[in-house]
Design a protein around this ligand. Structure first.
Ligand code: GDP
Ligand code: MG
Length: 246
């Protein structure tokens, strides 16, 4: 990192015992100067003991309040407690390539406020999820357009980095309007970020999960639709009536 800005890699995690220890070790090796912050939502597997057994410097395993589970909530809390100039948020199942963190950092260090990882090859998503993702993106893009906010080719991406100062302010001031139990934190952050932020993009191939299973379920689909403006809320209502009753 040399004389560059300080950076925390935020890893929101839930029951990732098959991935999290190798994620942390690979990241530690590739980015010796970065802080690593695992934001764990009270995993009931061995995630914590496996990470702690590594005994690595500058790795913090943060166990969140048990009554506050949510992927968006975890990333937001991670941004608030990061304590470094910059942060990069990524999944802890290797679907986001670890080498992309360095490219995101470079752009941030050069002065961008937000740098988004754009999924180019999305085969790992499968047909149904790709179609859903396309719909979510179109709705989200129109919401950002209506509100005069910066847009991106992949508003639903989970790989992105930003200025901790700017985005902790966004979370502190607007977090009450976020879909905290949802998965699409980048969209919430862009929706409430200042309109004049400098946005950069890096591309990457969205890989397959290394181990374990996706935690996406019908409730997450419902919550994502709910984030997407008036049309999204209407579709969420239909989706709930048809597929999701809790
Ligand atoms: N802290 C936290 N992390 C979560 C939660 N649900 C999923 N994750 C993590 O978020 C990342 C993406 O989740 P995943 O289930 O792989 O979603 P997918 O990639 O869209 O299928 C992974 O690192 C998960 O461990 C949650 O409720 N809380
Ligand atoms: Mg995943």
């Amino acid at each position: 990192m040399g004389d560059g800005k300080t950076c925390t890699i935020i890893l929101p995690t839930y029951n990732e015992e098959e991935n999290i220890a190798s994620m942390v070790s690979v990241l530690r090796e590739m980015y010796p100067d970065f802080h690593i912050l695992v934001m764990d939502d009270n995993s009931v597997d061995r995630s914590k003991e496996l990470v702690e057994a590594l005994g690595l410097d500058n790795v913090r395993f943060f166990v969140r309040a048990p009554d506050d589970r949510g992927l968006t909530a975890s990333t937001c809390e991670g941004i608030r407690i990061a304590g470094t100039d910059l942060f990069v948020n990524m999944d802890s199942d290797f679907q986001h390539p670890v080498e992309a963190v360095g490219r995101i950092y470079k752009e941030l260090n050069e002065g961008r406020d937000l740098v988004i990882g754009i999924r180019t090859d999305r085969k790992a998503l499968g047909f149904k999820r790709s179609a859903g993702s396309w719909l979510f993106h179109a709705l989200a893009s129109s919401v950002l357009f209506v509100h005069g906010k910066k847009r991106s080719k992949d508003i639903m991406s989970g790989l992105f980095g930003g200025s901790t100062e700017i985005f902790s302010k966004v979370v502190n001031e607007h977090g009450s309007k976020f879909e905290m139990k949802g998965f699409k934190v980048l969209f919430d952050l862009m929706r409430f970020a200042p309109s004049d932020i400098q946005v950069g993009e890096v591309t990457f191939d969205f890989g397959k999960r290394q181990g374990g299973e996706s935690k996406v379920n019908p409730k997450i689909v419902y919550l994502t639709l709910r984030q997407c403006g008036v049309v999204g809320r209407f579709l969420a209502w239909i989706y709930k009536v048809m597929f999701y009753r809790n």
